[in-house]
Design a protein around this ligand. Structure first.
Ligand code: GLY
Length: 386
């Protein structure tokens, strides 16, 4: 008999988990309030930059980023083949530029441990940088060049995943109202009560609500300390400067897209669930651009927007089975790396599905277990339900 999966949340993580389950032959429903991929996923610059995102040490999070990064080319190829759509995947490499020799020190430490862990990196002096990225102005002390880092066009990837999921028979369920109740039932499945659809039962549920994950705390009996960090971002279109690589500067990054636009990101501000774009937020990016890349000076971005990154208390995602609920998996809290981490997250979910819901083992998985922040007591539960 075909097993049924309900995915709560249709961002890139939810869609990737849905796609994985569909490939395993599950019947899948994805429930999303608003547009699929309409939150952090659609707002992302689409950088696949596991080295830039890991400054400190080769820890479990670095391992997860690398695992996902290694899966990307074949995963993208499958999504593109299944959907018939392109995703703008480009292995551009990246340049982390510095103005002063002193800034080189912190990057040298990172380069040493990352090169020892497989990164293809080298230090470029001023002349080397000019050869690598001729559009940059003179005056940089050099750059850390990483040949591996890449990017995708996040909105195109979301579109392709939606199409691939649809073609494999996924039901996509738009929500306007609330998820009012959910319970793990005695037969081993789960039933979720939706305001507009009534009760939907499934053999398994995957919780992928991004910044909104905390809403599930009362049902799951779990502390889910995920909070939104707004990222404001803008695009120059057409790009006033043609960059071959992702360029990381001290206050912003720039990514030239195959469609001819140049994306510049991103602020990190705490504004609750407010997705408003502010003059101050975009102004900072524009000024950073003007300082680093004179070609951007005086040019107004063609578009600006914002997304809410789902940040956890320890900066690590929540990926794994939910304790006390045999048929519930959580994949949330991916903070700055939802696009990068989608293939590895979907693979972890797929392993759990294939293992019949048995908890995973392994030290790296341990670091991301959703139960690590403890349970919700009766009082907190009542407060969350209010
Ligand atoms: N992944 C880059 C950012 O969140 O701004």
């Amino acid at each position: 008999m075909t097993r049924t999966l309900l995915v709560l949340g249709g961002g890139i993580v939810g869609l990737s988990c849905a796609y994985e389950a569909l490939q395993q032959g599950w019947r899948v429903t994805v429930a999303e309030r608003g547009a699929l991929g309409g939150q952090a996923s659609g707002a992302a610059a689409g950088m696949l930059a596991p080295y830039y995102e890991n400054g400190e040490a080769p820890d479990a999070f670095f391992g997860l980023c690398m695992d996902s990064f290694d899966r990307y080319p074949s995963w993208i190829a499958e999504v593109e083949a299944d959907s018939g759509l392109r995703t703008g995947f480009v292995r551009s490499g990246s340049l982390h530029v510095v103005r002063h020799d002193a800034d080189r020190l912190s990057l040298a430490g990172r380069m040493a441990w990352q090169s020892a862990n497989g990164a293809s990196m080298e230090w470029l002096d001023e002349a080397g940088l000019a050869r690598a990225e001729p559009a940059l102005p003179p005056g940089f002390a050099g750059a850390l060049y990483c040949a591996d880092e890449a990017h995708v066009q996040a909105p195109l990837l979301v579109k392709a995943l939606i199409r691939a999921c649809r073609r494999r028979g996924a039901q996509l369920l738009p929500l306007a109202g609330e998820l009012t109740d959910a319970e793990s039932d005695a037969s081993g499945g789960v039933s979720v009560q939706f305001e507009e659809y009534g009760r939907i039962s499934a053999d398994a549920v995957c919780c992928c609500l991004g910044a909104w994950s905390g809403r599930l705390a009362a049902w799951l009996g779990l502390r889910i300390p995920v909070h939104p960090i707004r990222g404001q971002i803008c695009a120059y279109d057409p790009a006033p400067i043609a960059l071959r690589h992702i360029v990381f500067g001290p206050q912003a990054y720039w990514v030239g897209k195959p469609d001819g636009s140049l994306i510049c990101g991103a602020s990190e501000d705490e504004a609750g669930f407010d997705r408003t774009v502010t003059d101050a937020g975009i102004g900072r990016l524009v000024r950073a651009g003007g300082r680093l890349l004179p070609a951007l000076s005086g040019v107004a971005p063609a578009r600006s927007w914002a997304g809410l990154r789902p940040a956890t208390l320890d900066g690590r995602p929540l990926i794994g089975p939910v304790p006390g609920h045999r048929a519930v998996f959580m994949a949330a809290g991916h903070y700055r790396n939802g696009i990068l981490l989608s293939p590895a997250t979907a693979a972890a979910f797929g392993e759990w599905l294939a293992a019949g819901g048995r908890p995973e083992s392994g030290a790296s998985r341990h670091a991301f277990r959703p139960g690590r922040f403890g349970g919700v007591g009766a009082r907190e539960r009542a407060e969350a339900e209010r």
